[in-house]
Design a protein around this ligand. Structure first.
Ligand code: PGA
Length: 256
């Protein structure tokens, strides 16, 4: 894993934006795996400002709440259109987000997986991390081989997300999420984490054992996983100076 520690979320986001912009310029028909939540908001704003050409880009979002319509203000459909898609020239037909209103959830999840495969797989999967180490909505003890499927949110995640819904009761109990196995097939994973409350989950993911108790720890097995985090999220790491040393001494051609 590559760990990049930056003084602030702004500095961390700027590197992530450069990395994604580089991919879009180099591969105009790239397939991007996208994430929601507060962590990538700034990143999407920066990508919009870069005025990239999204016409051939295909996107797959990690997850969506079950039982709320795409028009619901807290749906991840709404989030993505609001924060990114309506500001760039992406083709609607190339945007994919799990269907939270699917009548046949397993069939819809299988179709989502088939669509990712038909698009040639995901070039870069953007990820946040939950305070419990979840990636997508793969909560603790999710199978590390899991595919897109329905999941029940933990009480902690519902609490964490209550801020978006106004109250905890309003947070749906179920979501559809790409699985950990699906995420691991992306050719590159880029995880962003900011703030003190992510520090424990980040430290366990990077330096703890690979375990379904911290789903993000599976990224230790990914051949190209990059974590870009701020000082606060890095504050419980055992080897922060080593990660800084590696980043500062990257060969010129490898610099982001
Ligand atoms: P956040 O959520 O970006 O809102 O902190 C991250 C996550 O739960 O994956």
């Amino acid at each position: 894993m590559e760990i990049i520690i930056q003084p602030t979320p702004e500095a961390a986001t700027a590197i992530a934006a450069r990395l994604i912009a580089g991919l879009i310029r180099e591969k105009p028909a790239a397939v991007l795996g996208l994430a929601t939540g507060s962590t990538p908001e700034r990143l999407y704003a920066q990508l919009v400002d870069l005025k990239l050409d999204w016409t051939k880009i295909t996107t797959f979002n990690l997850d969506e709440y079950v039982g709320i319509s795409p028009q619901h203000p807290q749906s991840y459909h709404s989030f993505m259109w609001e924060k990114l898609f309506r500001h760039v020239n992406v083709a609607i037909k190339n945007v994919n987000i799990p269907d939270g209103l699917a009548k046949n959830v397993p069939a819809s999840c299988e179709a989502y997986e088939r669509k990712i495969a038909a698009a040639g797989g995901i070039d870069l999967q953007l990820l946040g991390i939950g305070t419990n180490g979840h990636i997508g909505f793969n909560e603790q003890t999710s199978s590390l081989a899991s595919r897109t499927r329905i999941k029940t949110l933990t009480p902690q995640t519902r609490k964490d997300n209550a801020r978006f819904f106004g109250s905890e009761e309003a947070v749906p109990h179920h979501v559809i999420t790409m699985g950990i196995g699906s995420i691991m097939e992306a050719r590159q994973c880029l995880l962003l984490a900011f703030g003190k409350k992510k520090a424990r989950a980040v430290a366990e993911a990077v330096e703890g054992p690979v375990t379904a108790m911290n789903p993000a720890s599976v990224l230790q097995l990914h051949k190209k996983a990059t974590l870009i985090i701020d000082e606060e999220a890095a504050s419980e790491l055992k080897l922060p100076d080593y990660y800084r040393w590696v980043y500062d001494n990257k060969p010129e051609w490898q610099k982001l």
